[in-house]
Design a protein around this ligand. Structure first.
Ligand SMILES: *Cc1c(COP(=O)(O)O)cnc(C)c1O
Length: 359
């Protein structure tokens, strides 16, 4: 069997240990004679998975009691619409525009007739950094994207805001500890750092649940999910099952603190390789905004011929998913929780050898 080093941005690598458990349990889950995929979402069998996933999220994130953990569908993209639907009260809303995903969220607020204030943006420099932001106003909410998957930029610290802070953490879920004093809602699709697509995790402070107007459809209210333990209708059972296995895997590695240390070591190897290449490789992100999850880079003078060649060499060496997003080109190594140190070291070695050959 061949397992590639998967540097894809999403869907992305899942720990091999998790896939092996899923494989072993696929036909006969815990001696029930059925697959978890075939289990009723109202059964005891499934309930233990559902409850365990929520418990692990609470424990790993050290979540205070006044937060709810909700499981939704529709991807992070549906949250772009649900956030204003549930949190807008007729006042102002503030967005920080750090790239494609922020823009999509801003667009959804506009569709609802809201005029968002863009309090900061790095658009003029093609989103190469996290802008410095000052929030003064008391707005209905403030919205940021913690990790910008395409450009490889990431907040090192969440801003302090006087209005509730909403964070799209789709591409850095469960990769660092969170200061919940600063955050009121955090969401993300699971397929980048927490398992499969089909499940969106929403963590929300309870006092925000009752803002929603009666005109909002039932399935689009956070309240509906909070009041039904996210079992109002059939949840994506298999995605939640894999999420639970991923969370147990994080726990077995020593929790989020340990994962964070490992992620920092992994990212350092690649950024050092870029910084020590005498300009052969160039990082898209400015130094103080570099992401620990996505390393986006070019070869000098945006030499697309060499970039294609490097991609080919990587593929031959069993490393896939390194092509950069079409909006900025170049290469991108996504090194989420599931990417091993060994995989990152192999890529760094390949990059160093390639630079030597073509310098
Ligand atoms: C991938 C991504 C999304 C979109 O996620 P979907 O689940 O496909 O809707 C949103 N925000 C960020 C930061 C992402 O990386």
């Amino acid at each position: 069997m061949k397992r590639a080093y998967n540097f894809g941005a999403g869907p992305s690598a899942i720990p091999t240990e998790v896939l092996e458990i899923a494989q072993k349990e696929l036909l006969d889950y815990k001696e029930s004679g059925i697959s978890i995929m075939e289990a009723s979402h109202r059964s005891k069998l499934y309930d233990s998975v559902h409850t365990s996933a929520i418990k692990h999220i609470r424990e790993l994130y050290k979540l205070p009691d006044d937060f709810e953990v909700l499981f939704l569908q529709g991807g992070a993209s549906m949250q772009f619409a649900m956030v204003p639907m549930n949190l807008y009260k007729g006042g102002c809303v503030q967005y920080v525009n750090t790239g494609v995903w922020s823009k999509k969220a801003i667009k959804e607020a506009k569709i609802q007739g809201i005029t968002p204030q863009i309090v900061a943006t790095s658009e003029a420099s093609n989103f190469d950094s996290i802008p410095k932001i000052n929030f003064d106003d008391d707005c209905d909410y403030t919205y940021i994207t913690s990790n910008n998957t395409i450009y490889g930029t990431q907040y090192k610290e969440f801003p302090r805001t006087s209005s509730p802070l909403v964070v799209d953490a789709s591409s850095d879920l469960f990769s660092y500890t969170i200061d919940w004093d600063r955050v009121d809602m955090l969401f993300g699709g699971a397929q980048k750092n927490a398992g499969l697509s089909g499940i969106t995790i929403v963590i929300i402070r309870k006092n925000l649940l009752n803002r929603v107007k009666d005109s909002v459809p039932t399935m689009l209210r956070y309240k509906t999910y909070a009041e039904s333990n996210s079992l109002f209708n059939t949840p994506p059972v298999f995605s939640i099952y894999i999420l639970n296995l991923v969370l147990e895997w994080i726990e077995s590695k020593g929790g989020i603190e340990a994962i964070d240390r490992l992620n920092k070591a992994k990212a350092k190897i690649l950024y050092d390789t870029i910084d020590n290449s005498q300009g052969f490789y160039m990082c898209h992100a400015k130094k103080d905004s570099r992401s620990l999850m996505n390393v986006s880079f070019n070869i000098k003078n945006k030499n697309s011929q060499l970039e294609t060649e490097l991609l080919k060499e990587a593929e031959t060496a069993n490393m896939i998913g390194l092509k950069g997003h079409r909006s900025i080109g170049g290469l991108r190594a996504s090194i989420y929780n599931a990417m091993t140190l060994e995989g990152v070291e192999a890529l760094a070695k390949l990059m160093q050898d390639f630079a030597k050959k073509h310098a």
